[in-house]
Design a protein around this ligand. Sequence first.
Ligand SMILES: Nc1ncnc2c1ncn2[C@@H]1O[C@H](COP(=O)(O)OP(=O)(O)OP(=O)(O)O)[C@@H](O)[C@H]1O
Ligand SMILES: [Mg+2]
Length: 147
Amino acid sequence: MKTQNEMKLTFQSLSVNEGFARSAVASFISMLDPTVSEIADIKTAVSEAVTNCIVHAYRDSVGVIYIHTKILEDRRVLIKIRDRGCGIEDVEKAMEPLFTTQSENERSGLGFSVMQSFCDKVKVKSKLNKGTSVLLEKRLSQKEKIK
Ligand SMILES: Nc1ncnc2c1ncn2[C@@H]1O[C@H](COP(=O)(O)OP(=O)(O)OP(=O)(O)O)[C@@H](O)[C@H]1O
Ligand SMILES: [Mg+2]
């Protein structure tokens, strides 16, 4: 499927940048004229993935977060959120609802479940001490043609 448009963002893993990242992605995909709920879903999923980079990947440090967003011609939106942080030992386990390595910080272990419920697909790749990439995919509804 051909790419219709794409953009890349690189920013520091500071919590102040979480709001920036989700608004930037939402603003980029506005060319597709998404519904309010589609925008809300994408913002929530991006926010969870970026927060994970900030609080887990670069837990006691500041690193770089990369976002690559593609819009495909069939109205599919692909958002890859990548870090070069600590990595995840067992991705399958990390994606289970309620699994968290930071219960002491009142994390509830629901971030990946939220991403899965608001997107059509979530693919996670990770290597210990190398980093993690989370690919979010969502197909936006077709616009009704005005007669
Ligand atoms: N980018 C990442 N780098 C390293 N570890 C990660 C990353 N993203 C997630 N994890 C690991 O996966 C676990 C589950 O993530 P998830 O987002 O589902 O829950 P959480 O972040 O612990 O809690 P919540 O999102 O509800 O605040 C985390 O506790 C963490 O151990
Ligand atoms: Mg989380």
